[in-house]
Design a protein around this ligand. Structure first.
Ligand SMILES: Nc1nc2c(ncn2[C@@H]2O[C@H](COP(=O)(O)OP(=O)(O)OP(=O)(O)O)[C@@H](O)[C@H]2O)c(=O)[nH]1
Length: 376
């Protein structure tokens, strides 16, 4: 075993990379999988030890290569998790330092092609993280980070491709450094793309789960959470709205007389009918129990008429049930507004609730609008 300057320098670079990565990942333990980091770091350490000792034995050099490839896999997995969570500045700054160290090492030290590939890959990952952070700024709630990420990859690829092409056509004008960087970016294209696709998959799964969590399990319409989310999309639109709460009268009696299953059928029936009787621009939700909430995008008079139609429909039509037709009536409390903004929503719901209470107090089977009483 012999110690030469080359092995020493490579080992120092390895250790530098190891320390940077450890600092980065340990500080972001919750984001990246701890096991990935531990495995990645220990494999890299193993590689450093072998390189320091001088991997002149073929089995040793194989072990070094093997540990590097494995380290690369775990690093890939940890970095994927970090990018999915959108990289924070706390991570980016050490990454940038790591990137600079790696670039200096890349051009100043003679390295084996495998080590070189490994370094360039990590450098590219760091660089992508940095670009992502700068371009996505602090858009932690960005609608589609994967689309932005894939766009960045595309831009990077086009730039690298242009440089490669220029280097081939006008070799005398393109410096070897720029040429090497363009090769580096292009050779890591698949890695970039796989990150982007991984992000896209996570996003699709996440959106599916989110949509599910915004729906009411019994009626299939929006739940309270879905209602608020949809409401937020309407905020700051200067349009007349009517916000109403619909409640079934004496629903406890329905449950007591026909059973809980019949009660569920009534709730489902009402949700279906309300969906039929409202437009797709309206927001309809079951707030829990036998209470429904509806935001109608309409001018006052039309909206009040539609609420009256809804009330009359349930008064007239009975619901078919094997144990006998179920007759119900509903109370609707509503409030008018011209603008929706976050701080106002609870107040609007409170006014609609007061009106609903008034409808219940004054005989049920009524539509009561805040400041206005529409007689049934
Ligand atoms: N079947 C069924 N019943 C439910 C569900 N959620 C709440 N309920 C029942 O709805 C009933 C609500 O009763 P109350 O709050 O007293 O209201 P009410 O009987 O409609 O009386 P008023 O609203 O004053 O007209 C309770 O018996 C609850 O058990 C549900 O998902 N399914």
């Amino acid at each position: 075993m012999e110690f030469d300057l080359h092995s020493l320098r490579s080992t120092l670079i390895d250790l530098g990379l190891l320390i940077t990565t450890l600092v980065v990942f340990v500080r972001n333990r919750k984001l990246s999988g701890t096991s990935d980091v531990v495995l990645f770091s220990s494999l890299l350490l193993l590689n450093s030890i072998i390189m320091f000792a001088g991997a002149d034995e073929s089995w040793l050099s194989h072990t070094a290569n093997f540990s590097l490839i494995l380290a690369f896999a775990f690093c890939y997995s940890a970095v994927c998790k970090l990018i999915v969570k959108q990289v924070s500045w706390r991570l980016i700054i050490p990454c940038l330092l790591g990137y600079i160290v790696l670039i200096i090492a890349y051009f100043s030290v003679e390295l084996s092609s495998l080590v070189r590939a490994f370094y360039t890959t990590i450098a590219c990952i760091y660089l992508t993280g940095l670009i992502c952070k700068i371009l996505l700024k602090n858009r932690t709630n960005a609608d589609s980070p994967s689309t932005s990420y894939l766009l960045i990859v595309l831009i990077l690829t086009v730039i690298a491709f242009v440089f490669r092409l220029a280097a081939l056509i006008f070799p005398e004008f393109i410096s070897t450094t720029i040429n090497s960087i363009s090769i580096m970016v292009l050779s890591n294209l698949f890695l970039f793309l796989s990150f982007g696709l991984l992000l896209l998959i996570f996003e699709v799964i996440n959106n599916k789960l989110l949509t599910k969590s915004e729906l009411d399990y019994l009626s299939g319409i929006k739940n309270r959470r879905g209602f608020f989310k949809a409401l937020m999309r309407k905020r700051d639109e200067n349009t007349p709205y009517v916000l109403s709460i619909l409640d079934i009268d004496h629903f406890k009696t329905v449950n007591d007389t026909y059973g809980h299953d019949a009660g569920d059928i009534v709730i489902k029936h009402i949700a279906d009918k309300l969906t039929e009787m409202t437009s797709s621009k309206d927001i309809l939700a079951r707030f829990g129990g036998e209470e429904f909430c509806l935001l109608m995008n309409n001018d006052d008079q039309q909206a009040l008429q539609r609420l009256e139609e809804i009330r009359r429909y349930f008064e007239k039509e009975s619901i078919n049930y094997p144990g006998g037709d179920i007759q119900i009536t509903v109370c609707i409390g509503c409030v008018k507004t011209n603008l929706i903004f976050e701080e106002m929503i609870q107040k609007l719901l409170y006014f609609a609730d007061i009106s609903l209470y008034k409808a219940k107090q004054t005989g049920r089977n009524k539509v009561v609008c805040f400041e206005r009483l529409v007689e049934s």
